[in-house]
Design a protein around this ligand. Sequence first.
Ligand code: ZN
Length: 188
Amino acid sequence: MIPRQDTFRVIAAYGFDRLRERISERLAVNHATGCWEFSGTLVSGYGRIRVGTHDRVVTHRAAWIIANRRDPGELLVCHTCDNRRCCNPDHLWLGSALDNVRDMDAKGRCRRICYGRKSRKLSTNDAAAIRESTDPVPLVAARHGISESHAYNIRRGECWTAESAAKRRDARAASDLLKSSRFHDERK
Ligand SMILES: [Zn+2]
């Protein structure tokens, strides 16, 4: 996978028109929504396409770059339509990770962030993924439904160590009962 911030450079080297042709061949127009839906490889619902010998780019990001001929740098290419495979440039907008979270929030998704629970339960695998990811912390935090400060702490190795996991198991057993009633109303 090509890092997000390198996508423009890689596509420019490969050729904008050349990639546009290949993506276009795999698009189906959804006439009800106006979405241009990518029908090739999907990862977590987002299209992926090979550029060159073995690297892949995310198709909606590529579509935005091809349409605008501009480098979005660290910014995210977000969907107004919430259709992850959509590559219609009119449905794409450029935002920061924070914008993206606010947008999800405004659309009523991401309930675990806005409905009062500061942090959802993470698994050891989640914590490892957070530590190892090279994505910006706000994005990683949003993806896992936890606060940015929590994500920073995990990345710095200040929490979610093996010994803190054992402590947390004990604490969790005790608090589960309480939580189940206390958060009931907020999570509806
Ligand atoms: Zn769309």
